[in-house]
Design a binder for this molecule. Structure first.
Ligand code: TRP
Ligand code: SF4
Length: 520
């Protein structure tokens, strides 16, 4: 076998797509987790490509290098915190509905990697969700919860540095969930999750609980927080980002006059403001009606209605000066907090009914001040949480990896021999005959066995993963030997992991988390 001289596989082809082509156009947290078209997630849901950030990640995890972690929302603040050693957190949650399998290992690894980068790390057991959304009994929940935690610790999570909790036993979390619920309503749940009149209230409550999970690391102080999850959880992330914003006392925007403009109107004003000279109107300063008159004759290249409504607003403004300023909207602040903000603003300011305008602040400084005042008056000051997304693993039997089909996945507590057998029985991206394979090469991009190498078995060894890929597509690797090698590695990995699980039982006993729920 050769391969050392070959180029590393490009990121897009380093891992297969996962799942079948039955692409679901919605992301459903409680549905079947298949996503065939990851590209679609960028366009349709606004998830950003992780590739664009990869270069700035110091010492990226192999799941990042191999494109398994493919997308993110707003990961930059987390990255900057890593680079500058600033406070930041990582959190993810596990629903104890079965034993953890190799798909969950991806999330364990992501949490642990961030913990090793110095972030505050949180892992939670979503026992309320398992009970409410999946009808699991408390006995089952306790059993599986312990299994998740053992694997997490065995893989390297440090429970002394990090935080573990179960939803049902975390009072602060419940209080936060209740608070966040004040900014969410049923229509929204309907639109996002397809809930209807038949949906259990406890199921809805498990959603606000997850929103609280996602914001929980920021309870002590606001900090960038990354939530590593599969893309099926993206609706939760989006809602959490919205709620985090809605909880803020003040909204900071730019403005030009005392009255409110829409975003496109403001852009138009900004554009003209930079170009117009008050001298042209025989005045010392630019006023609303000056711009109104210019717009009326100028017919800028924007939608006529937009222009018309702006002209009307400006005419109503009359002689009011047009001046750029930073506006603090009062969203949910008490009178005290609003007054304190007004007091704290330095330099020229104008106070109105529901907002105050400041003339000597950059947007960033204004945002800092708003957060400071909010925190001093009992607010959370949340930063919108960030997320990273990993690809789902294809099931060993093809199709999706499903907890309910044992042959499709390898559980972290499977007997190593069973793990060996499951890999040996897996479908591959191989050709009909060895001859054809030598001639055309295998299809590593659609091979669950190759995925096993890339996601797990090759571990840190990029050269090894690349070699398997190149040898496969080059026709030098045949599926029989390839599976035998993978099966042996899987057997070793499982035996080793289970040994480590046994070694961390004491560590788990000492960790600050209840292993037995008081609920029955
Ligand atoms: N809903 C997640 C699941 O189905 C579990 C979960 C609960 C979670 N709270 C979370 C995941 C917070 C990420 C962050 O597996
Ligand atoms: Fe998959 Fe290996 Fe066969 Fe290639 S040689 S298709 S990687 S099993």
């Amino acid at each position: 076998m050769t391969g050392d001289e070959t180029e590393p596989a490009p990121a897009e082809s380093a891992v297969p797509d996962g799942g079948e082509s039955d692409d679901e156009r919605t992301l459903d947290p409680w549905g079947s987790a298949t996503v065939s078209d990851y590209q679609n997630l960028f366009q349709e849901f606004g998830i950003e490509a992780f590739d664009d950030l990869l270069e700035s990640v110091p010492d990226p995890h192999y799941l990042m290098r191999r494109g398994v972690i493919f997308g993110h929302r707003d990961y930059r603040p987390v990255l900057e915190a890593i680079q500058h050693d600033d406070p930041a957190a990582v959190l993810s949650g596990f629903m104890p509905t079965g034993d953890p399998h190799i798909g969950h290992k991806l999330v364990f690894d992501e949490i642990i990697w961030h913990q090793q980068q110095g972030l505050d790390a949180y892992a939670l057991i979503a026992d309320l969700e398992a009970n409410a959304a999946r009808g699991m009994s408390w006995d089952e929940i306790d059993e599986y919860a312990e299994s998740y935690l053992l694997s997490l610790l065995a893989l390297g999570f440090d429970p002394e540095e990090g935080t573990l909790y179960r939803q049902s036993a975390n009072r602060e979390l419940q209080d936060l969930a209740f608070d966040l619920g004040s900014e969410a309503n049923f229509s929204e749940f309907q639109a996002i999750y397809g809930f209807d009149g038949e949906t259990d209230v406890s199921h809805m409550q498990s959603v606000v609980t997850q929103m609280a999970d996602i914001c929980y690391p920021q309870l002590e102080e606001p900090k960038p927080t990354v939530i590593p999850v599969g893309p099926d959880q993206d609706p939760h992330v989006r809602l959490a980002r919205d709620l985090a914003k809605r909880m803020r006392y003040f909204k900071v925007t730019r403005a030009y006059a005392s009255f409110e403009l829409t975003d496109p109107e403001r852009e138009l004003v900004a554009d003209y403001y930079d170009r117009l000279d008050p001298a042209a109107f025989d005045d010392e300063m630019l006023r609303c009606e000056h711009l109104a008159s210019v717009l009326a004759t100028d017919e800028p290249e924007v939608d006529g209605e937009l222009c018309q409504s702006l002209i009307e607003k400006l005419e109503a403004g009359g002689m009011e000066p047009l001046r750029p300023r930073t506006r603090f909207f009062n969203r949910r602040a008490s009178e005290d907090a609003f007054e304190a903000l007004v007091e704290a603003i330095e330099g020229e300011k104008r106070v109105y009914e529901g907002h105050v305008d400041a003339f000597e602040y950059s947007r960033d400084d204004a945002a800092d001040l708003a957060r400071e005042v909010e925190l001093e008056h009992g607010g959370y000051g949340f930063l919108p949480p960030s997320s990273i997304y990993h690809r789902f693993m294809t099931g060993l039997t093809g199709g999706k990896m499903s907890s309910s089909i044992p042959a499709s996945h390898i559980s972290l507590v499977d007997d190593p021999e069973d793990g060996y057998e499951k890999v040996k029985a897996a479908t591959t991206g191989g050709r009909e005959t060895a001859e054809e394979q030598r001639e055309k090469g295998g299809n590593a991009d659609e091979c669950p066995v190759y995925e096993l190498y890339a996601y797990l078995l090759a571990s840190e060894d990029d050269e090894f993963a690349t070699r398997v890929y190149e040898e496969c597509v080059g026709g030098e690797r045949l599926c029989g030997d390839c599976k035998e090698q993978a099966a042996q590695l899987m057997r070793e990995w499982l035996a080793d992991h289970q040994e480590k699980r046994a070694e961390v039982t004491d560590l788990l006993e000492e960790a600050d988390i209840e292993l037995t729920s008081s609920r029955r």
